[in-house]
Design a protein around this ligand. Structure first.
Ligand code: 4AD
Ligand code: MG
Length: 497
């Protein structure tokens, strides 16, 4: 038996769809020299008959025939696995093939051959098999071809080995890459804003407290409230709801910055679009108004969709086939059409004239609910819709007051099926008005001294937005529940690992 050493070095992988012949040759030579394993995505695209290769992965299916067995191996690099043909002539065949069941981890070395089967260009003729870990067919939960997403959520430690979740997390990775590429190409600095924060950016009070107290013995003040001055940070601290305020600090030094990290909301919303922990992308731009903010948001979404379509073509086709038949048309629509733009006041008129009966009332001054957002984006405009100039009363204190003194320079991007995907605004850069706004919403200006300082020293018009990353991945893939586009979802009554 050919013995192929197990190498810990990362296998070679390329994402490029077309590789230069010289690069192909170098990669092949390199992997031959190092006896390196190859990623299956790479072999499916570039592997040639007669190449000697080694793969590592998990068995998806095994079909035993009289003289040989077909073993399909998947290593997560692509939706498709590599078909391996294991002949019973292989020494130790009977014993090995018994251990090679769905879910088992294997290393297989052999030679690539042209495949006589339909739908695959090549297959691997096995010359040696190492089984790293068996997966008992009696208990391994992923035996069926299809499982419900609810079932898979209960085994979130195994679900990434399924076709759908595998595709979701490859798309998620590609979208994250596209986000960094987009901002880096435009000279934005990536800022690492803190996860522990002392301020409520959204002023909505939906924050988790971070404490070092022993909860059985919490120190109290004379009037029986919690004495946070004795806590770890000497004051009450929270998990951040947004990196915006810190991004504004950095934008006043670097002009264009962005954050991309986890944010937390303690709102008790048990919906298919809310998580308690989600990732947010927040660009912030000095010398920018609402118009510039909207233009950036639109160019940004177009870029991310384009990149994902180009790099995850098979996964996106899979979503279109199996999850939502409009996935590819939606992507095409985003990339090739201008977004609709409408003011809040016009949007309310459209909703009133729609002839629809909504569950929640439609009235100027009330916040729009998801059903209203979806009517606008899904039915009326049938494309992403940017709604601007919301009533000041329903928006956060930092949004810039318009000349009518009733509305603010806010913008939400609404997506068909999802509703709000981006929330942003031009920021209030005038010290006196900002102070008035803080008081109007009942916030004590004292803890915001540093935020007010930015308006005292070198203030500039500036704007930014926040994109809910999981909502974007939902929008791209057509996945119905936000819990299925983040590897380890945290929601009310839901935390594991
Ligand atoms: O509209 P939001 O609350 O805006 C902000 O936090 C601003 N500080 C952003 C900024 O201007 N820099 O949240 C922004 C986006 C929403 O549009 C939505 O996509 C997403 O974050 N989001 C959530 N996603 C999942 N689960 C939740 N509970 C979410 N809450 C908001
Ligand atoms: Mg919002």
């Amino acid at each position: 038996m050919l013995v192929v050493p197990f190498t810990a070095a990362p296998p070679i992988m390329t994402h490029s769809r077309e590789r230069e012949p010289i690069t192909s040759l170098l990669v092949t030579l390199y992997s031959l020299l190092l006896v390196m394993t190859r990623r299956i995505a790479d072999l499916l695209r570039h592997g040639q008959p007669n190449e000697t290769v080694t793969i590592q992965g998990w068995v998806r299916t095994k079909r035993e025939q009289k003289e040989f067995s077909f073993v399909e191996v998947n290593d997560g690099s692509a939706m498709a696995g590599l078909q391996t043909v294991v002949s019973q002539e292989l020494p130790g065949y009977a014993e090995t093939i018994k251990r090679v069941s769905t879910g088992a981890s294997v290393e297989i070395a052999g030679t690539l051959v042209e495949s006589p089967a339909k739908g695959q260009r090549i297959e691997l003729k096995a010359e040696s098999i190492t089984v790293f870990g068996e997966a008992d067919p009696e208990t391994y939960p992923l035996q069926k071809k299809r499982h419900s997403f609810e079932f898979l959520r209960d085994i979130a430690h195994l679900r990434s080995r399924t076709n759908t979740l595998g595709a979701v997390f490859r798309v998620r990775n590609a979208a994250a890459t596209a986000i960094h590429n987009f901002f880096q190409a435009r000279g934005f600095l990536w800022i690492h804003t803190p996860i522990i924060s002392a301020s409520d950016c959204e002023g909505a009070g939906e924050m988790f407290t971070v404490t070092g107290f022993n909860l059985a013995k919490v120190p109290l003040t004379a009037d029986k409230t919690v004495d946070y001055s004795k806590d770890f940070f000497g004051k009450q601290a929270y998990l951040t709801v947004s990196g915006q305020l810190e991004a504004e600090i950095m934008a006043m030094a670097f002009a264009n910055v962005y954050t991309f990290g986890p944010t937390f909301r303690a709102e008790n919303s048990n919906t298919s679009r809310h998580l308690a922990e989600f990732w947010m992308v927040e660009p912030e731009m000095a010398f920018c108004n609402l118009q510039g903010d909207m233009e950036l948001a639109e160019a940004f979404l177009k870029h991310v969709f384009q990149h994902v379509l180009e790099t995850c073509t098979e996964d996106m086709e899979f979503f279109n086939d199996r999850i939502d038949k409009s996935v590819l048309a939606t992507a095409d629509n985003i990339i090739n059409n201008e977004f609709a733009r409408v003011t809040y006041t016009e949007a309310i008129e459209l909703l009133e004239k729609s002839g629809k009966t909504f569950e929640y009332p439609v009235e100027w001054g009330l916040d729009m609910q998801s059903e209203h957002e979806r009517y606008l984006a899904e039915e009326y405009f049938q494309k992403p819709t940017i709604v601007t100039d919301y009533p000041a009363k329903i928006k956060a204190f930092y949004m810039r007051l318009n000349d009518d003194e009733k509305t603010v320079a806010a913008m939400d991007v609404l997506a068909p099926k999802i509703g709000e995907i981006i929330g942003g605004s031009q920021r209030e850069e005038r010290l006196d008005i900002l102070e008035r706004r803080l008081q109007a919403v009942g916030l004590d200006p004292a803890p915001y001294w540093w935020y007010l300082d930015l308006r005292r020293y070198g203030t500039v018009p500036h704007a930014g937005f926040g994109l809910g990353f999981e909502r974007l991945v939902q929008f791209m893939t057509g996945m119905g529940n936000i819990r299925d586009v983040i590897p380890f979802p945290r929601a009310p009554q839901e935390v594991e690992f």
